[in-house]
Design a binder for this molecule. Sequence first.
Ligand code: GLU
Length: 429
Amino acid sequence: MTSQVSKRLAAGARMPAHGENVLINTQNAVEAALERLGYSDEMFELLAEPIRTMTVRIPVRMDDGHTEVFTGFRAQHNDAVGPTKGGIRFHPNVSLDEVKALSIWMSIKCGIFDLPYGGAKGGIICDPRTMSTTEQERLARGYVRAISQIVGPTKDIPAPDVYTNPQIMAWMYDEYSLMRENDSPNFITGKPIVLGGSKGREKATALGVCIAIRESAKSLGKNLNELTALVQGFGNVGSHVASILHEMGVKVVGVSDAGGGLYEPEGLDIPSLMEKRDSFGMVSTHYSNVLSNEEFLVKPCDILVPAALENQITEENASDIHASIVVEAANGPTTPAADEILHSKGVLLVPDVLANAGGVTVSYFEWVQNNQGWYWDEDKVNQQMEELMVKSVHNILNTSKRYQVSTRLAAYMVGIRPFAEAMKWRGWV
Ligand code: GLU
């Protein structure tokens, strides 16, 4: 008994420490944006924390017959403009504070892109890499049953995030529809196309990131085929970013995964790496000369795309980073101290809440298609997303110039405003 208790305590002591700083950093960013826009402290009080959070315990019968109890969370940041929206991650480092921060970032993304949603996020503390398919299915279904009271097509619409995918969305959709005795494709996005998923959703985040790269290079007068890129992370987002950049003529000189990085100054053979990657984005396992994450991030390049997890560009490595353009495909990859270093070096930073919002934008299109029962072709999806991304990138770059603030603060200012205004109209503040 004691050993179980101390194991849980040890795990608990580690997890809040990981999520806490992310939440505090996010709250600081929200506060700075509201202050710059002249909103009251009450407004901050309402936006600093999600309006609703739920912690659930999910018993899962494992394949060997024993029951394992998993902890999951769902945080809904703000529903003043509409239902909330955001992914579910399966990861050992998930914590309530991290999920709260991620839900706030989702609000900012929806605000920048004018989507009629507030932000939400979910997560389960688990390591799907060590779980069988059937164990993952039971966990996914158990999570939906546990949070079912607070989610739904007009309340809160989940989606994929780190280590979750269309198969997991399909099980969750099935479970929700069974519970409600009502076919509900609009309950969740990121589904397989045959189950009402949107064409273009799988690559949407990556395509949006690449459009943001193209537009920011353009704003600096740079030509894409003269530029080199490093992509950290080779999961759904990173691998597609690498291959779209490769198709756009950018020389991708480095990619990395959880096992380390590959670097080739002449450019990597991205199509062959795409073939070698496994479903968790591992590719370095095929090579012997693998760089550590620290060595990888400071290799020469023009564009750096962090597409892995939080807190990767830090005070320790920011001054050694070569890139003049950093485009955050991952959520929260840069710490505030690193932000300042990059800013003082004159790096053009495209913040996460702008760069990776192509994903939630196409999720919105998926929900619209599900609500209407009318499905679009891929060109229409990509074109509508591209229009919104181009408009948003220039809006943030212009706001940053007009207010003389960093691109991140500009993004928070644009993204938080609809929530403040909607809450005023509703009479909440
Ligand atoms: N998990 C993705 C994100 O962080 C997508 C969310 C969604 O599609 O709702 O933006």
